[in-house]
Design a protein around this ligand. Structure first.
Ligand SMILES: Cc1cc2nc3c(=O)[nH]c(=O)nc-3n(C[C@H](O)[C@H](O)[C@H](O)COP(=O)(O)O)c2cc1C
Length: 193
């Protein structure tokens, strides 16, 4: 699939099969992330690639447990509110059971940490779509990036002490792959000249 088509037809997929994508495909997607632009060519995005299903289950359980302790009010950001309410119901798996989760981390105190990570995540999503794989940007671990249990678990599997979680990508094969252009009604464009 050529680049423009891969960008235009990329959609967030939230239903995955258990099947793990091939090692070569996974490697290519990670390389797409590593090739992303980054401030001052800092190359400090750290990709923690989790294919261990026990680790994915543990992370889902810890996140559910920690979200369920939180309260919502009228100021709670809508997606966070959904995560908290679903966790309180007890049936919440933030990564949708995808067989692979790529967690991005970056240096604490680095001003471009989030921007660099977002560029890497987008490159990986486009790469995944080009390979007919399903992906979805996942923000819950970032929201829990100050949470002691999540941090200590993540540090045990590779997060460095001077890093924090900036985002994540659920990756796998889709039950039904969503690949279509959508009508964009927001994102205004102002032309000058
Ligand atoms: C910064 C960011 C955070 C997101 N966080 C989540 C998330 O935690 N869970 C989720 O299911 N989708 C998440 N998404 C996906 C958006 O919901 C999705 O991109 C949006 O609804 C547009 O749909 P599309 O990606 O299919 O075009 C996130 C996307 C971005 C860019």
């Amino acid at each position: 699939m050529e680049a423009i088509e891969a960008i235009m037809t990329r959609r967030s997929n939230r239903r995955f099969t258990n099947e793990m994508p091939g090692k070569q495909e996974i490697g290519k997607i990670i390389e797409c992330g590593r090739q992303a632009p980054c401030g001052s060519n800092s190359q400090s995005v750290h990709f923690v690639v989790i294919s261990d299903q026990k680790v994915l289950k543990d992370l889902a359980e810890i996140a559910r447990d920690e979200f369920s302790k939180m309260e919502v009010n009228e100021d709670t950001y809508v997606s966070l509110r959904n995560s908290i309410l679903a966790s309180k119901r007890g049936d919440y798996v933030f990564h949708y059971g995808a067989p692979l989760l790529i967690v991005t981390a970056n240096k604490k105190g680095y001003g471009n940490a989030m921007a660099d990570s977002a560029c890497a995540l987008e490159n990986m999503m486009i790469g995944a779509n080009a390979l007919d794989l399903a992906s979805c940007y996942i923000n819950q671990l970032h929201w829990l990036s100050d949470n002691e249990r999540i941090v200590s678990y993540m540090e045990a599997i590779g997060l460095e002490k001077d890093e924090y979680i900036t985002g994540a990508l659920a990756l796998g094969k889709a039950e039904t792959l969503l690949q279509k252009e959508k009508q964009i009604t927001g994102n205004p464009v102002t032309w000058v000249g």
